[in-house]
Ligand binder design. Structure first.
Ligand SMILES: C[S@@+](CC[C@H](N)C(=O)[O-])C[C@H]1O[C@@H](n2cnc3c(N)ncnc32)[C@H](O)[C@@H]1O
Length: 374
């Protein structure tokens, strides 16, 4: 049963962390669409409970529902399959949150047996989403009044091609933040790493970037083209190691690398360097200038404009949890070009692949058109 329904309940420490991210909840309904044993709602009660909150939960497993009802007779708890419209419409919990809901908390099942995706109609458009994203999408669609949703999604959710369009659509209407990456092992017996995310209310104003950012936002007329350059040099084939930027040089040791390499594979300009392979480490996301030879374990990101280059670096640091979520793989974690491009687009940039020796080509993001239209 545990494996079929992903019944991995949220540990108390993480449930509390989720509850603490809710802002200004003192009255109204808090909903968990896959409530399980109620760990998330219990944490909300502990952190914010003052008698004025109403707790609403649904779960497909009738035994879990029966147990929770017995333990929490004041809560609205229903047996319902979140993915089945009929089951939702017959459930008191799902009906209750349609009209009034303050916040949604979630840790949905991550896996799905069957055709590998969940088909839904959202905003008049048919979409096929990965399972965890589908639970979030449905909750957003049904519990429309909710001003905030906080919960857990699998790492890489935003880098998933299937869900990308959906997240971009959400981002246009609400704020979306990755609050933290949770490493493997956070959930007992689960090898996947995950993300703690917050979706703000409609027009909550936070836009696409984390609210605590210090850099001014990108201006509509700024060129947001970013060359994504993958290093080409294999470390074990290279003789002069002192001229090569490898992952181990990123962070503290970059100054020890000799610049000005005459190798035609060297990259030139002001670039943000980051590891392609290895454990995500914020200290290794680094800005550098000069002519450098990059190992094939390193990416360089280059913008046309120096300010945009600095902004890009700053945003990657501020959204590091998001960047870290792109590192995946069964062996050594690595970031694919495709995942990096998805993350850059999410941050508002226009990535394009380039070779190390390519000069930065002309703007292709339409900044000129945007300026004349403004
Ligand atoms: C990962 S657990 C999380 C439970 C709880 N939200 C928590 O954080 O502790 C996922 C829950 O989803 C329930 N579930 C699985 N498939 C479901 C579905 N289609 N509709 C509703 N609940 C489902 C499982 O029974 C399980 O209780």
């Amino acid at each position: 049963m545990r494996s079929a329904l992903d019944q991995v309940d949220t540990p108390v420490r993480i449930a509390r962390l989720i509850a603490e991210q809710l802002i200004d909840v003192d009255s109204g309904r808090v909903f968990d669409p896959t409530v399980g044993e109620g760990s998330l709602l219990l944490a909300v009660q502990e952190v914010h409970g003052n008698g004025a909150l109403e707790y609403v939960g649904a779960d497909i497993d009738r035994h879990r529902v029966a147990r929770l009802r017995e333990r929490q007779p004041q809560w609205i708890v229903s047996e319902a399959n979140a993915l089945d419209p009929k089951s939702r419409s017959q459930s008191r919990a799902w009906r209750a949150v349609q009209t009034s809901c303050e916040a949604v908390v979630f840790n949905p099942p991550f896996s799905f047996r069957g055709n590998g995706g969940v088909r839904l109609e959202l905003g008049g458009v048919q979409r096929t989403l990965s399972p965890a994203t589908a639970y979030v999408a449905l909750s957003l669609d049904v519990a429309k009044p909710a001003r905030q949703m906080i919960g857990i999604l699998p790492a890489g959710s935003f880098a998933n091609k299937r869900d990308l369009e959906f997240w971009e659509w959400i981002e246009r209407q609400r704020s979306l933040e990755v609050l933290r990456s949770l490493p493997r092992g956070t959930f007992p017996g689960v090898s996947a790493s995950s993300l703690l995310i917050r979706i703000g209310g409609v027009n909550s104003g936070a836009g696409r970037l984390p609210p605590n950012r210090t850099a001014p936002p990108l201006q509509p007329n700024e060129c947001v083209c970013v060359d994504v350059i993958r290093g080409r040099v294999q470390v074990h084939r290279h003789q002069e190691l002192e001229t090569l930027v490898h992952t181990r040089n990123l962070g503290a040791d970059l100054d020890s690398v000799r610049r000005g390499s005459l190798d035609p594979r060297a990259v030139e300009g002001r670039v943000t360097l980051l590891p392609r392979v290895g454990k995500p480490d914020v200290r290794k996301v680094q800005i550098a200038s000069g002519r450098m030879l990059l190992s094939d374990c390193v990416f360089a990101l280059r913008a046309l404009d120096r300010n945009v280059a600095d902004r890009l670096h700053e945003l990657l640091l501020e959204s590091f949890a998001h960047l870290a979520s792109g590192y995946a793989g069964t062996g050594a974690p690595h970031l694919t070009l495709q995942r990096l491009e998805v993350i850059l687009r999410f941050l508002g940039f226009e990535p394009r692949q380039a070779g190390p020796s390519d000069m930065m080509s002309e703007c292709s993001c339409g900044s000129q058109d945007r300026t004349s239209a403004a």
